[in-house]
Design a protein around this ligand. Sequence first.
Ligand SMILES: [Zn+2]
Length: 190
Amino acid sequence: MSGHAESSLPIFSPRLDELMASMIAGEAPNVGRFCGYCYTPVGKKADVCPHCARTTAQYAPVAKIPGDFFVLYRRMRRRESIVVNSFAFAGLGIGLLLFVGIVALGVYRYNASLWVMAASVAVLIVGGRVFAGLLGGWVGDQIGYDIAQRKLAVEWEAYERDREARLRPTARSRADAEPLPAVSGPAGGN
Ligand SMILES: [Zn+2]
């Protein structure tokens, strides 16, 4: 569990991740020059992608990120947030348990002391938030990222296979029998 997938490049480069988020938020238009393989923005005159290092000769750059690539992206984000939210709710649950525990303590041991009751409410409100933040933002974030990346890698494989068949129809007939003749790049080792 030492951090994020180190072995292979993430499918969405940090640059692209940021850009797609703002495109979805409607803050950026979907125009530019993008790597034909991983859709990371490439400079106007660049002929190698800064993320996946594939050349523009291997994969012609595109002027627009395709819609079905956004589908992958949204699904990944959604999976992440489901996990994060689940952990955040578990954190709230811990706050609630503490609250009940302190109330019980107050009732049975401290003769329903108002101070203990007040403390229990404070623990419910503050503790619930803190535990939700810790579990959701820290544990949930890590685990959510890992789960989403793993699922994304599987979906990406299918996406890439489909796209490859579309881009290079001649290879399609062979695709059923054997893996496509890889246009090998530095990330081809996975
Ligand atoms: Zn690329």
